[in-house]
Design a protein around this ligand. Sequence first.
Ligand code: SP5
Ligand code: ZN
Length: 359
Amino acid sequence: MKIFYSEAHRFHDPPFEVFDGGERIPFLENPERMDSILSALRKTIWAEITEPSDFGLDHILAVHNADYVSFLRSAWFEWQASKTEAGLESTRQALLPATFALRRNPHIPSSLLGRAGYYMMDLSAVIVEGTFEAALSSANCALSGATWIANAANNPSSSSGDSPSAFALCRPPGHHAGKDFAAGYCYINNAAVAANLLSTLGKVAILDIDYHSGNGTQDIFYERPDVLTISIHADPDNEYPYYAGYSNEIGSGKGLNFHRNFPLPKGVGDTTYLAALHEAAELIYNFAPRYLVVSFGADIYDGDPLGNFNVSSKGFLEIGNQIAGLKLPTLVIMEGGYNNEALGENVAIFLSAFAKSSV
Ligand code: SP5
Ligand code: ZN
């Protein structure tokens, strides 16, 4: 199985995030996550780890606003340049605003912190020097995977059969990033960028099985009927991201009925999870997409420090089997998952369901 991965994520290593309640804690979305996954993948016989190609900015600008991308690109350097101003020197290892826009007024302030509060949704989209470069390379992994499955699907003579699959080992993750905002460790929406590329070749379904609602992906495709977006996640009534992911959000305009949310209560285990997944899979089957993009978060795991679901390691295999059973050309995109001890194993178990049918 093709796995697209770049080392460029390592320079995105924020020293802290701020948790609900105001506690400053070490940044959970850390580079060691990738070490856990790489080490488990290297133990398999099917993992073929490959460097991504550079796709430039065009595919990113096709789903994100240009002003937002410029903010991401220059924010760190503006932050450092403002060091000469009075005060705050000791806190400049990371850019994090303390005032956030409710966006009832379209004004975007010119000051850096004003823009940061406008373009960030919360206190976990921390920006450091390597953030933009890491986010670009993460998007390049997704785009490389998209191009790879499109080629494989359209050249059936290749060894991958008619339902090829690939894995984009993305870091930072992407599914909380919307058209013009960063949120929840996400800056560029890797799944959206990849799905949008694939949508030029046929209909695409995005299935988001991260523990948290894929609010950014929802935002980006909400009015589009050519990309079906489905997210299964913890009920936002009592979990991050709180302001999206409810079951009555089903798309709007031309996109009406092309978005679905499956909010699940705290503590769900394999059986309940698989029942929701079965419903989601039926929706995808009926939509009959040409391609499937899976936003995969291992934070649905029993022992995840952020998640409150109880999916077991065996559950990951059943989830993988059920999705692979759709027999669609599938691009799996890495999103969350924070229990570094179990993360690699769980990712490898999930992917093994696809590797079987695609080596
Ligand atoms: C990609 C991804 O999984 N992003 C998640 C970002 C979540 N950030 C907010 C964390 C809120 C923590 N709530 C405390 C739960 C402790 N059990
Ligand atoms: Zn998550």
